[in-house]
Design a protein around this ligand. Structure first.
Ligand SMILES: *[C@@H]1O[C@H](CO)[C@@H](O)[C@H](O)[C@H]1NC(C)=O
Ligand SMILES: *[C@@H]1O[C@H](CO)[C@@H](O)[C@H](O)[C@H]1NC(C)=O
Ligand SMILES: *[C@@H]1O[C@H](CO)[C@@H](O)[C@H](O)[C@H]1NC(C)=O
Length: 224
């Protein structure tokens, strides 16, 4: 009997980083599948800052940023709640609710969220305006394999997506840092000045994987 030994070459399909300066992700459909997985090998965070810009006409709840680990589905989340007119920031599965009356539709907003495990406080920066700082969770790091998704809420670590919280609109300039940015650094981001790009997720060197209908488009410059 002949035994044929096949050497299976497992090619690792690690997406190489792409510079998305002047690009946006467009999420054109309400689905429970379309999403962008953002890839980082980093884990074990004692502090986090996430900044992004979003544009939507979506009048229902929608996710802005979703980070899960094996131990917590909502390890770092930014969620828009429409009826309550809030932006909810989660860390370590705990939530702080920020009333945000200026969530105008059909316009770009810069939204940053910071958290550190020492104080346990989260803060929302909405179009450069700081919120008060609220307590969510202190004393433990975000640890374990990091899964990050744009467009859907990672409601279960193994992925079950709720169409009613999906994102329809445009996202750009997504950065994540492993520390709390200073107010000046956040203003530099908001005003699109020079800033140190994210050392966990960097829009100018982003590793990602698109699932279903999400498009990479050029930023439209205003024509005067
Ligand atoms: C996190 O990092 C610290 C310092 O490197 C280490 O002592 C700790 O064991 C790590 N925790 C986990 C869960 O990996
Ligand atoms: C938390 O993370 C920081 C930075 O990675 C590390 O220095 C620290 O040891 C970690 N703490 C624990 C309890 O793992
Ligand atoms: C989404 O919302 C619609 C209308 O409110 C509801 O009928 C439907 O059951 C919801 N779907 C899920 C998966 O929750």
């Amino acid at each position: 009997m002949k035994v044929l030994l096949l050497l299976v070459m497992l090619t690792t399909c690690a997406a190489s980083p792409q510079d998305l300066s002047d690009k946006i992700f467009t999420f054109p459909l309400r689905t429970n599948t379309a999403r962008v997985k953002l890839i980082t090998s980093r884990e074990n965070f004692s502090a986090v800052t996430v900044c992004l810009r979003s544009f939507t006409d979506n009048t229902r709840d929608h996710i802005l940023f979703s980070l899960a680990t094996p131990s917590n589905d909502y390890d770092f989340l930014m969620l828009r709640q429409a009826i309550e007119n809030t932006i909810d920031l989660y860390s370590r599965n705990n939530v702080a609710v920020f009333t945000e009356p200026d969530y105008t539709l059909n316009t770009w907003h810069s939204i940053c969220s910071t958290w550190d495990s020492e104080s346990g406080l989260v803060q929302l920066w909405f179009d450069g305006q700081p919120s008060m700082r609220k307590f969510v969770s202190s004393g433990s790091n975000i640890t374990g394999h990091t899964r990050i998704v744009l467009g859907q809420v990672l409601d279960a670590y193994d992925g079950g997506f709720d169409i009613n919280q999906s994102f329809v609109g445009m996202l750009t300039d997504v950065h994540m840092w492993d520390h709390v940015l200073s107010p000046c650094e956040i203003q530099d981001y908001v005003q699109e000045l020079n800033f140190s790009p994210g050392n966990v997720l960097n829009w100018r060197a982003l590793e990602f994987q698109i699932v279903d209908k999400v498009l990479i488009e050029n930023k439209k410059r205003t024509c005067y």
